[in-house]
Design a protein. Structure first.
Length: 299
């Protein structure tokens, strides 16, 4: 599993640029266009929240736990609906930002969650975090399935029978190559090179092999209610993010200048944040990656 150091690298480093580019309470996971790319990014993220609300039940008096809550977009939505949201993240900058906005967020590893940590919930959600739960080491040492099963067991422990868990995650797609071919030394622009760039952007993270692996891991505690691919929607989401990140502002320029020493000193940093290509978009286009939305119900 990606640890706190990995998540601080991926998310806390970009905290200020993220908030300046996308907004204080913005989503950092695939939006829901359902193929209608005339929607704005904000409308598509809103459509995702509405879909989650109708799938798991969000509303007055209902409690939702967000596993990997980012900058708090879903928790904020829950609050506007009169519900109570609790979030956990492993990025200290995200936790601080969420708290500044009055959200109940804890700097905590999902692996530590127990029924008595925050009590029970009516629903659980996790968007864009499952990608970090299994590390390459976990995979090589044969623990991948066990890591995912453990996360589902923890989610089940806080839900009543019939309670729902909304999960969205990237998975390896139908054209995934053998893992041994993923290397930053592979020919530039090859599948292996693009996937390796992603590994640098998300250190300590590894993906499930297709949606079935996720469904299998859930099966001891949850029945699948619904699943759909959000791959094309994710490509559009990333396109919109890149436009917003590229928008210039004085504060962003100052911020980037502060990161310059790190850029010059660290190859890891350059590979993760300044490769000049959109590795995740290309991986989605080539179907090396896919993206799924699942609604699970506790049995
Ligand atoms: C791509 S962001 C998604 C954020 C948010 N769910 C959204 O949709 O905007 C991934 C989030 O998962 C969190 N995360 C990853 N692994 C975690 C772990 N083991 N425990 C707690 N949070 C974790 C990160 O800190 C980050 O907040």
């Amino acid at each position: 599993m990606a640890d706190r150091k990995d998540l601080e690298f991926t998310y806390s480093l970009i905290d200020e640029i993220f908030r300046l580019s996308l907004g204080e309470l913005a989503d950092f996971s695939g939006a829901k266009y359902d193929g209608d790319f005339s929607l704005t990014l904000e409308q598509a993220q809103r459509a995702k929240h509405e879909y989650i609300a109708s799938s798991v039940g969000i509303g007055r008096g209902r409690r939702l736990l967000d596993l990997g809550c980012g900058w708090g977009p879903l928790l904020h939505f829950v609050r506007t609906r009169g519900g109570e949201g609790v979030g956990v993240t492993l990025s200290s900058a995200q936790a601080r930002s969420c708290r500044r906005h009055g959200l109940d967020v804890h700097l905590m590893d999902v692996r530590q969650l127990r029924r008595d940590t925050f009590g029970t919930f009516d629903a659980v959600a996790s968007l864009g975090a499952f990608e970090h739960f299994c590390s390459p080491e976990d995979y090589y040492e044969g623990r991948q399935a066990a890591v995912y099963e453990d996360v589902f067991a923890r989610a089940a422990a806080v839900l009543p029978v019939g309670g729902c868990f909304y999960l969205q995650t990237m998975v390896f797609g139908k054209n995934m190559i053998p893992v041994e071919e993923v290397s930053i030394d592979a020919p530039r622009f090859s599948n292996g090179w693009y996937l390796a760039l992603m590994q640098h952007q998300f250190p300590g993270s590894f993906l499930p092999f297709g949606s079935q692996q996720v469904i299998d891991a859930a099966s001891e505690h949850f029945s699948l209610v619904e699943s759909s691919s959000g791959r094309l929607d994710y490509i559009e989401t990333i396109r919109q993010w890149r436009l917003r990140f590229a928008d210039r502002s004085l504060r962003k320029t100052a911020m980037k200048a502060r990161l310059l020493p790190r850029y010059l000193a660290s190859r890891e940093f350059r590979l993760a944040f300044a490769s000049g290509v959109s590795a995740n978009s290309v991986c989605f286009e080539r179907e090396l990656l896919d993206h799924f939305r699942f609604v699970f119900r506790k049995r």
